[in-house]
Design a binder for this molecule. Structure first.
Ligand code: ASP
Length: 306
């Protein structure tokens, strides 16, 4: 039986300043177009998610790929996960520094490895062995982020920012997508440069299965953004899809997940959810969240305010 395809994506949830809104809307529109054109031609949900996320990784607006936030050492270190809800095949990479598109490396892991998750140089070697070019880390570093890091570190020295600052609202620009294809299969992907001024080697929620990303045809597909540590502790992605499996609507489940994140650990973030019957959910407790949706009826792009 053919279903109607849907693509829902996000480009971060944080205190996005007014002058960043237009760039986020453009980036979301480009990513929607790339992913939905595949779905429209009968492509798979996994292909659409990969394509949409790769476009946002290539766009310096977002905290993924080139333009990512920098580590304490001034380097880009990225994490990504891709999951196919049809068969639970999954590919994840973390702490990669020489790949322009970590989501494409995650796809290679999903397709071509008996393993599920690679980190650091082992992930880069796996990607290179399967045809991906490695870049120089400095190709991913942009002046805007060098200035942002410099300011964060100066503020830290001046006592204006403490070690809990990854919980601040000024830096959650991770990207993600969930899709439903005409065959009735769902998929999810999330890609990030992590949090500003993170310690080298730190892995956030984004690429961890069931935390910042999950997909199962028997429940739902989910991608999160926000303060990674509380999201990880609550395994919040899986928590949210389980509520859909238990009969909750995707919208209620998305809102419940964000409420739970805040009430249990004081966390903040944003979530997108998609059920196999094409219903969606979206919620955030940050000042703004960038998102877009496309289906047969058309597309909608928003930078929602709270
Ligand atoms: N959740 C990401 C992390 O903690 C950050 C983000 O969403 O922007 O690595």
């Amino acid at each position: 039986m053919k279903t109607q395809s849907v693509l829902l994506i996000h480009g971060g949830a944080w205190a996005m300043p007014d002058d960043a809104v237009a760039a986020h809307e453009r980036g979301i529109a480009d990513a929607l177009a790339a992913g939905y054109s595949l779905l429209k031609r009968g492509g798979s949900a996994v292909d659409a998610v990969e394509a949409a996320v790769a476009v946002m990784e290539d766009d310096e607006t977002f905290d993924a790929g080139r333009g990512s936030f920098l580590t304490q050492d001034g380097r880009v270190q990225m994490d990504a996960l891709l999951m196919n809800g049809e068969n639970l095949r999954t590919g994840g990479v973390a702490c990669v520094e020489r790949l322009r598109n970590p989501i494409r490396a995650a796809r290679l892991v999903l397709d071509r490895s008996p393993h599920v998750y690679f980190v650091g140089t082992g992930a880069e070697r796996f990607a290179r062995q399967h045809g991906m070019a490695l870049c120089d880390n400095m190709d991913l570093v942009i002046p805007r982020e060098q200035q942002r890091l410099y300011k964060a570190q100066a503020d830290e020295l001046a006592g204006l920012r403490d070690e809990t600052f990854s919980g601040s609202l000024d830096s959650h620009d991770t990207v993600g997508a969930v899709a439903l294809d005409v065959h009735g299969n769902i998929a999810a992907g999330t890609s990030t440069g992590g949090t500003l001024n993170k310690a080298p080697g730190r892995v956030g929620d984004s690429s961890l299965i069931g935390c910042g990303c999950y997909a199962d045809n028997l429940s739902a597909a989910v991608s999160l953004t926000g303060w990674g540590e509380p999201i990880m502790k609550l395994v919040l992605g899986k928590w949210a899809v389980d509520r859909v499996a238990a009969g909750g609507s995707p919208q209620d489940s998305a809102q419940d997940a964000i409420d739970y994140l805040y009430s249990r650990l004081g966390g903040h973030g944003g979530i997108i959810l998609l059920s196999p019957d094409g219903r969606i959910g979206l919620a955030h407790n940050t000042p703004r969240m960038a998102w877009g949706i496309q289906n047969a009826e058309g597309s909608q792009i928003g930078v929602t305010r709270n």
